[in-house]
Ligand binder design. Sequence first.
Ligand code: CTP
Length: 399
Amino acid sequence: MKSLINKKVLLIICGGIAAYKSLELIRLLKKNGATIKTILTKSGSKFVTPLSITSLSQSKVYQDLFSLEDEAEMDHISLSRWSDLILIAPATANTISKLANGISDDLASTVALASNKKIFIAPAMNVRMWEHKSTKDNIKKLKSYNYELIGPEIGDMACGEYGEGKMSEPVSILKEIGNYFDILNSNNKYKAVVTAGPTHEYIDPVRYITNKSSGKQGYEIAKSLSNKGFETTLISGPTNLEIDDTVNLIRVETAEEMFKATQNNLPADVAIFSAAVGDYKAKHLSKFKVKKQDNFNLELEKNIDILNYVSNHNSLRPKLVIGFAAETNNLENYSIKKLNDKNCDWIIANDVSNKKIGFNSEFNEVSIYYKKGNKEKLSYKHKSEISDEIVEKIINHLN
Ligand code: CTP
């Protein structure tokens, strides 16, 4: 498997009988060209020894959060920074629960919490533990934190029971990790620019006009693109959202600043305009705070339409230009009109009058209108899942 050559994998082995399979996993990862560092939890060390891990991985095993020797050589933050990917196999119910709740009381959980890398977990536990509501809730939480799940499988368990909870076989884990790097390798030639959030259009030094956009959908799209290997720039109006540093985040305030930042970051292969850019700005920006008056007439002038500018530009236009349409009524007509008027390849439309999916919601439901005249609906789901689906379609289109 070529995709694993020179990849740095930080393997975390927790305490479960499946830990013996992790030794085989180390052998396979090594054989396929990966470099491995291992963290062995206290309970993990009851099942496999540091000596067997070191012999197979040909590198040091880290065990203690407060080990002077380990910290001097590579502290817990550097361990996570070193890796291209973190793999927790086996992941016990206890570790899963700690990660889902931000507990960091040992080296493994501290590294995971301090990491901005992709984390894969291969759970292994008794079927009742796996089926317990608390484990299910924890897994759901971890997925929302962008953890990737491998398995578990159904089968006979070491405890004599039968059911779901067996750790996936090392070959299957290897295949999943290999696929992940394959996708990253094939997409890292692509550059993406995403605009998100509202803009602030100043009237005077202390007042501005804005809108209700939270930026959530745009941030999720940038996250999904980056997860799939795109070199991603997110140009964001004022929001209180954060994004990890695999995305190049440029914060702006006004439409004018967003326009300049967009120009400076093109050309790209795909541009997604999810920002709710203020359509107007004050014609005369007051240098000083405007004093209260009986009648106050504010003269506005149009802002430049960033999407329109880019999609009609000879040299800056990306291969794929995607606009958004946030509407309260006539969704279909207005979206198709925007698709044509703004020379987009796709328009992603959502109904912002619906409180369940509107501004600031964690969920969304959108329709994609294509230039070719067809339309596709992405049903009600978390904004991160909507983004993953959109990005899958982008990848298919670019390839
Ligand atoms: N857009 C942009 N620059 C602007 C205004 C809008 O890039 N100055 C982009 C948005 O990011 C979005 C699309 O254009 O992708 C649609 O924006 P919207 O505000 O919904 O459409 P408008 O053209 O402004 O039309 P209206 O406000 O009348 O619905």
